[in-house]
Design a protein around this ligand. Structure first.
Ligand code: NAD
Length: 302
C-alpha cells in the first residue's frame, strides 16, 4: 500500500477485531502510527480483555508498522480522553480518529430495558462524542484532521429489534454533520460510514437466530459473505488530502460497494399562506398529498 499517511498519527477505537482491526492495519500500512484501542469485552459490552488490542499491535509491528495498544472504554469520558492522550504522549499528536467501537443489545422496543437502551447510547453516541471532542481540541490547534465515524444501516430501518442501536447510529450521523460544520474552518473533515461485514457482532448466533425467525435469513447470508477488511481502503482514502472536500457525508461500505448517501431534503410540502393548518383541512388534503403512495415499512415482506 502507498505510504500516503506517512507521519500521520491515528487512533482507531474498537480496533481489536472486526472492522476496526482492518482499519488499524490498513492505516499502519499506509504509514500512520496507530493507537489500537479496544476494551476487549463481549459483543454485548460486558467484561474486558487486553488480548484483542495487543494482538493487533503485534500484527502491525510484524508488518513493519508502529502501534501502541490502549484498553480504555470509549463510553467513559476519562477513558476516551486517555485514548486520545495516548496518541499525543506516544507519538506527539493526533491527526486521525476512527470512531468504530460498538456493541449490540437487541430487543424489540416494547421489551427494551433502561439498561439495554443506556449502554448502547453510552458506547456509540457518547463514545463517539467523547473521543471526537478531545481529538478536535488538538486538530483545531494544528489545523488538520480527519474523523471517520461509524453509523449503520440499522437507523435507516433495515433491521428490527434495534431501536437503541438505530437511534444511536442516526445520532452519530447528526453528530457527523455538525462536527463537519464546526471543524471545516480548521482543515478537519468528519464523515461517517454505514458498514456491512461478517464480524463477531453480526455473526453472533442469537442475532442470526432472531433474524432467521423473522424471515431475514437473507441479511445473515449477505453479511457473512462480506470481509471486514474490505472497509479499510476507503477509510484510508477519507484520511488523505485527496478527500479534503468530502465533509459531513455518509457512505455505505461493504465488499466491493462504496455508495455516497444523499442528504435528506424536503420531499413534499403543504404550505398555507396564513395561519396554521386545521385538522379538518389536513384530513381532507394530507392523505392525497403528503401521504400519497407512502408504504408502511414495518409491513414490508422483507
Ligand atoms: N459488521 C457490520 O456489518 C456492521 C454494520 C453496521 C455497523 N457496524 C458498526 O461497525 C463497528 C465495528 O463493528 P464490528 O462489526 O467490527 O464488531 P466487532 O464486535 O467485531 O468489533 C467491535 C469492537 O469494539 C470493541 N468495543 C466495544 N465496546 C467498546 C468500548 N466501550 N470501548 C472500546 N472498545 C469497545 C469490542 O471489544 C470489539 O473488539 C461498530 O460500531 C458497529 O456498530 C458494523
Amino acid at each position: 500500500m502507498a505510504k500516503v499517511l506517512e507521519g500521520k498519527i491515528a487512533v482507531v477505537t474498537g480496533a481489536g477485531r472486526g472492522i476496526g482491526r482492518g482499519e488499524a492495519i490498513a492505516l499502519a500500512a499506509a504509514g500512520a502510527k496507530v493507537v489500537v484501542n479496544d476494551l476487549g469485552g463481549t459483543g454485548d459490552g460486558s467484561g474486558s480483555d487486553a488480548a484483542p488490542a495487543s494482538q493487533v499491535v503485534k500484527e502491525i509491528k510484524e508488518q513493519g508498522g508502529e502501534a501502541v495498544a490502549n484498553f480504555d472504554s470509549v463510553a467513559e469520558p476519562e477513558g476516551a480522553e486517555r485514548i486520545i492522550q495516548d496518541a499525543v504522549t506516544n507519538f506527539g499528536r493526533i491527526d486521525i480518529l476512527i470512531n468504530n467501537a460498538g456493541i449490540l443489545r437487541d430487543r424489540m422496543v416494547y421489551n427494551m430495558s433502561n439498561d439495554e437502551w443506556d449502554i448502547v447510547q453510552k458506547v456509540h453516541m457518547y463514545g463517539h462524542f467523547y473521543c471526537l471532542r478531545t481529538a478536535c481540541k488538538y486538530m483545531r490547534q494544528q489545523k488538520w484532521g480527519r474523523i471517520v465515524n461509524t453509523s449503520s444501516s440499522a437507523g435507516l430501518g433495515e433491521t428490527f429489534g434495534q431501536a437503541n442501536y438505530g437511534a444511536a447510529k442516526e445520532g452519530i450521523v447528526g453528530l457527523t454533520r455538525q462536527t463537519a460544520k464546526d471543524m471545516a474552518r480548521y482543515g478537519v473533515t468528519c464523515n461517517a460510514i454505514r458498514p456491512s461485514a461478517g464480524t463477531r457482532l453480526t455473526m453472533n448466533p442469537e442475532l442470526i437466530e432472531n433474524w432467521k425467525r423473522a424471515g431475514r435469513g437473507d441479511l445473515v447470508e449477505r453479511l457473512e459473505a462480506l470481509n471486514p477488511e474490505d472497509i479499510a481502503p476507503f477509510i484510508v482514502f477519507l484520511c488523505t488530502d485527496a478527500a479534503a472536500n468530502i465533509n459531513g457525508r455518509t457512505f455505505a461500505v461493504g465488499g466491493g460497494e462504496i455508495s455516497l448517501y444523499s442528504e435528506p431534503v424536503k420531499e413534499r410540502t403543504l404550505f398555507k399562506q396564513k395561519g396554521r393548518w386545521t385538522l379538518e383541512e389536513l384530513l381532507a388534503i394530507a392523505p392525497n398529498t403528503l401521504g400519497k403512495g407512502l408504504e408502511n415499512p414495518g409491513l414490508d415482506t422483507k
